[in-house]
Design a protein around this ligand. Structure first.
Ligand SMILES: *Cc1c(COP(=O)(O)O)cnc(C)c1O
Length: 348
């Protein structure tokens, strides 16, 4: 592969297949007498199939993100948008993907379920990309590189020069997971999809938008990549309620913005409070809605908090996260409770 093209990285069976043709694909209007899909005609509010192309929702998202609706894929959580590129671009047992490590666990799960080798490349001591190590893991069978910025579980943004270098040099797909971008000072790479045909951005309604329970993830890329994902997704992958409630939430942008602002403020307040505890060794910089905190004994802290019904994420045994716990920023009273419990730990 000398230059990137969607055709050269797409599996032959996917290129050649015909997508499922939905009953309603041949009709574009809103009103009509629908006798095509074997639905029950009596109204339950949910007796009709959802729009398989999520046209109204994509229009609103396109406006907010300043791209075209044809550059948007919507999935059943980011999970679907992570899984589908494996199915589209990676031949099981042949191709491999490269991912920064530590990062989000779902990339490896998706690689394993698809029978695709997953190559982890350790971040440096500042949790930044080591571009030469990334490229020493890449070979001619590498189809995807996974990057995550701000990264989970470390919380930091990746260095933009390193990202650009990877985008420029790598001839396969570069996925940048921006699940936490709304909490970051840095702006999204979405506008770069114009410049990079090999770039795919992931975002989600699960974090800043407050809709984790609905399962709605977004992927942004040039149209030819999005078309491949649309071709192989389950036809009705986003249900009626999810499409409706996501739309309602998008129209309440003031509420979302205020919540993000408060979470960021709380994050910095928590940083100050945690820093006063003698058994806290390090609080890592965060551009996300959580703090990675290194304790003298992370395991013990994690267990102590569980005993007090405060659930955090123990990352103690994750590479480069020795003795660390990932703490999500809650509402102020929850954050205060955590601090008070931790203050009482010292006296045990
Ligand atoms: C939480 C998270 C997601 C969101 O996944 P959904 O399936 O959309 O809920 C994606 N990527 C990362 C890195 C995350 O931490």
């Amino acid at each position: 592969m000398d230059t990137f093209s969607v055709k050269t990285i797409t599996r032959k069976n996917i290129l050649e297949m015909l997508p499922y043709s939905c009953a309603r694909d041949e009709f574009d209007g809103e009103a009509g007498t629908f006798l095509d899909a074997n639905e029950n005609p009596f109204n339950t509010d949910y007796n009709r199939y959802p729009d398989p192309h999520q046209k109204s929702l994509k229009q609103v998202i396109a406006k907010i993100k300043q791209i075209s609706p044809s550059q948007i894929f919507l999935g059943n959580g980011s999970d679907e948008a992570i899984d589908l590129p494996f199915r589209a671009f990676c031949e099981p047992g042949v191709h491999n993907v490269v991912a920064m490590h530590p990062s989000y666990g779902m990339y490896e799960v998706a690689a394993n379920t698809n029978g695709v080798e997953y190559r982890k490349v350790l971040l440096d001591e500042n949790y930044q990309l080591n571009v030469p190590s990334i490229f020493s893991a890449v070979d001619q069978n590498t189809r995807i590189i996974f990057l995550c910025s701000p990264n989970n579980p470390t919380g930091n943004d990746l260095n933009p020069e390193a990202i650009k270098e990877i985008l420029n040099k790598f001839k396969g797909l570069v996925v940048i997971d921006e699940a936490y971008i709304d909490f970051s000072e840095r702006s999204s790479y979405i506008q770069e999809i114009e410049n990079y045909p090999n770039l795919m951005i992931l975002q989600t309604f699960s974090k800043a938008y407050g809709l984790a329970g609905l399962r709605l993830g977004m992927a942004f890329a040039q149209t030819d990549i999005i078309e491949i994902l649309n071709k192989i997704k389950y036809p009705y992958n986003i249900n009626v309620l999810t499409q409706k409630l996501a739309m309602d939430r998008l129209l309440k942008s003031d509420t979302v913005r205020n919540e993000i602002q408060l979470i960021r403020q709380e994050r910095e307040r928590m940083r100050e409070q945690l820093a006063t505890l003698p058994f806290v060794k390090k609080i890592f910089p965060s551009q996300a809605n959580f703090l990675l905190v290194q304790f003298e004994n992370g395991d013990a802290i994690y267990k102590f908090l569980i005993e007090n019904s405060i659930i955090t994420r123990n990352r103690s045994r994750v590479a480069l996260c020795d003795s660390s716990v990932r703490i999500t920023i809650g509402i102020p009273s929850e954050n205060q409770l955590l601090i008070e419990k931790l203050r009482s730990y010292k006296s045990l």
